[in-house]
Design a protein around this ligand. Sequence first.
Ligand code: ZN
Length: 230
Amino acid sequence: MITELLQEEKKELLNGFTIDDIGDDHLFTGLETPMKKDAFKLSDGEKKDKIASLFSEIMDVMGLDLTDDSLKGTPKRVAKMYIDEIFSGLNPANKPKVALFDNKYQYNQMLVEKNITFYSNCEHHFVPIIGKAHVAYISSGKVIGLSKLNRIVQYFAKRPQVQERLTNQIAEELKAILNTEDVAVIIDAKHLCVSSRGVKDDASATVTSYFGGKFNNQEKIVELQNTLNY
Ligand SMILES: [Zn+2]
């Protein structure tokens, strides 16, 4: 069954290239994380049981001895970590609840929350993406608690991701919550699929950005870059 699926996939073309042609070149297909319609048919508990059993099969196929004291708890640990922690952002039920406050201080310049550290995972290799997000907005009358900016970043980071989508998902969420186009997101991250394997480049980092509304302006971008020391 799985072999059939893989063969099907090989025939399927993406922009004229096969999956094998594309290899390590990451593709960004859209704003929404590609999810199945019935993604939440199983409960979290059922998902963990299934992942634990499938992961023990992967370990078994690789020849690992699952009766070894050090290894026998691994499948369950991995399943729990996937659902409760590193991929918890797939479930909309885990989206942070955000309260807005009136902009009592009448502060109408940009607010920048910088160096928000996040850990995500590359959806092409399932290895970590480690980076910093800088987010900025100009109030349209309401303000948001600063820790919420951090939580929104963490929520979208806790999915299998590509950096471009992570950047845009954070920006779209901020625009919707803050009811303004005036948001900016800059992400500077290291991809372990680039540094620990593949081309093994430990020095490179990837920077992506979103400049909406008043931020989509050369002067504002320079002001933001100066604030961030970029
Ligand atoms: Zn990757």
